[in-house]
Design a protein around this ligand. Structure first.
Ligand code: C2O
Ligand code: CU
Length: 514
């Protein structure tokens, strides 16, 4: 009962606040104070071995590509915000100031923070009001590619750029050594200045694997054409049948806040093993990353190392997922790394990979149809045993995902819309199986706060070695995923779809660990 009172902002409150976002222009004056801090000097040694960072949310004009300037919300004036690089186990203090004209919070996605530091407005903290400062403190764990982002009015704020990488270096040597690394954050933008792209509706699973790849590819093409008809070229008003009445029409795709040709080239040297940390910060779109002339080896899922790398041509990434991949720089020249989803590369989602000495070569784009690619899918990876062992009771929860009927923006879990939900109640040490079943016509990337889970099965097929993840795509039309978690981090944790329109449309529930 007490938890019920602590419950988050109501959905109505969320929607009301998202309406306020239009007044965001005011933030420019408030944000001016930020100039006192150098963006590069934001990390400072804190007291008693605590590392201190200063972040400020503020609105700026951001150039996605030459001539394409938009209103963005940023951390320290940049999109993505500054990458925080931490060492596993170290204590971190983030002094966060809100220079926006609206409230906001910081959430540490994939980090096992104490509940009070989780950044969920109305549940774990009061929203940070304009002009206010909030101090986040936690230990950096587990190791891996994580990220941080706003958890307030995500429909507006996440979409406008309030996100950044958070990299936790492992205390033990990394199981997959490399010579050089880059972090690439992928995002979709609605600028209303270009042709709208087809939405990702089906999800990744059907676009994965060789057989699945074929079907997914065909559906992708067909769906693209269909969506274009339904939406009209460049027009919007989301699909009538697909739900997502208010989902913006995304037209520009970025890598690290820039659309090609503004993307910063990745320089490599022959013989190097290059690690790419891929983060999908998109509101709606899955991306399929591939690199011309090279195979990719998947080494980590949502930051967690696999038993062995998995060799593929392409890696589909659903919103909020992360994959670490490596490639061996053994084909000197200039190549494009790009997204294989229809229209995405053209909409900006490509970057040059240039070998030293080949700066003037014209870059080669990936060849061949998406349908022929061998793509990563959940069934290919072998996870490591890295979560605690259960010591309590076993529970099974069935969560049916529905909504979006006839263009509605109402989305539910077991027919309930957050905050009017029945929480999943656990005690520390309990083992919980959660079975997601998707009754809706859109895919849902489901994310759990506070701790990771194991992925046991996909559409009825058990995984030989469960992957460790914190976000999992449950594909459209009866997609089924079974995950398992050992309750280890006490508190009230959100379990929700990571598409902002869906989460704020109600597709969130609570896992309460006492
Ligand atoms: Cu990426 Cu509820 O968060
Ligand atoms: Cu969803």
């Amino acid at each position: 009962m007490q938890a019920r009172r602590k419950r988050s902002l109501s959905r109505r409150e969320f929607l009301k606040r998202s309406g306020m976002a239009g007044l965001g222009g005011l933030a420019l004056t408030v944000g001016a104070g930020a100039l006192r801090r150098e963006p590069r000097a934001f990390a400072q040694p804190g007291s008693a071995g605590t590392r201190e960072f200063h972040l400020e949310a503020r609105q700026v004009r951001w150039e996605l590509a030459p001539g394409k300037r938009i209103k963005a919300m940023t951390y320290n004036g940049q999109v993505p915000g500054p990458a925080l690089r931490l060492h596993e186990g170290e204590r971190v203090r983030v002094v966060f100031t809100n220079a926006l004209a609206e409230p906001t919070t910081l959430h540490w996605h994939g980090v096992d923070v104490p509940n009070a530091m989780d950044g969920v407005p109305g549940l774990t903290q009061k929203p940070v009001a304009p002009g206010e400062t909030f101090v986040y403190e936690f230990e950096a764990r587990p190791a891996g590619t994580r990220w941080y982002h706003t958890h307030f009015d995500s429909v507006t704020q996440l979409d406008l750029g309030l996100y950044a990488p958070l990299i936790i270096e492992p205390a033990q040597p990394d199981p997959f050594p490399f010579n050089r690394e880059y972090t690439l954050v992928l995002d979709d933008w609605s600028t209303r200045s270009s042709l709208a792209l087809p939405r990702t509706v089906e999800g990744t699973a059907r676009a994965q694997g060789s057989m699945g790849g074929m079907m997914g590819g065909m559906m992708g093409q067909g769906m693209g054409g269909m969506m274009e008809c339904m939406m009209g070229r460049g027009g919007m008003r989301g699909g009538m049948m697909m739900g997502g009445g208010r989902t913006p029409a995304y037209d520009t795709m970025t890598i690290n806040g820039k659309a090609y040709p503004a993307t910063a080239p990745l320089m490599v040297r022959k013989g190097e093993r290059v690690r790419l940390r891929l983060i999908n910060a998109s509101a709606d779109h899955t991306h399929i990353v591939r690199l011309a002339g090279h195979r990719l080896q998947v080494t980590h899922t949502d930051g967690n190392p696999l038993e062995q790398p998995v060799d593929v041509d392409a890696v589909p990434i659903t919103p909020s997922e992360r994959y670490d991949v490596q490639f061996v720089a053994d084909h000197p020249g200039a190549w494009f790394l790009s997204c294989a989803e229809p229209g995405h590369a053209r909409a900006g989602e490509q970057v040059r990979v240039i070998y030293k000495g080949h700066e003037n070569a014209s870059p080669v784009a990936p060849a061949g149809a998406v349908t022929d690619l061998q793509a990563w899918h959940y069934g290919l990876g072998q996870g490591r045993t890295m979560l605690p062992s259960p010591s309590g009771q076993e529970h099974t929860f069935d969560l049916t995902l529905s909504g979006g009927m006839m263009g509605s923006d109402a989305w539910t879990i077991n027919g309930q819309q957050y905050p009017e939900v029945d929480p999943l109640r656990l005690r520390r040490g309990d083992l919980a199986r959660v079975r997601f079943l998707n009754h809706s016509m859109e895919a849902h990337p489901m994310h759990l706060h506070g701790q990771s889970f194991r992925v046991l099965s996909l559409n009825g097929q058990p995984l030989a070695r469960p992957l460790v993840k914190d976000s999992i795509d449950v594909e459209a039309h009866m997609g089924a995923v079974e995950v398992e978690l050992v309750a280890s981090n006490p508190g009230d944790w959100l379990l929700h779809c990571h598409k902002p329109m869906h989460m704020e449309g109600g597709m969130m529930t609570l896992v309460q660990i006492s």
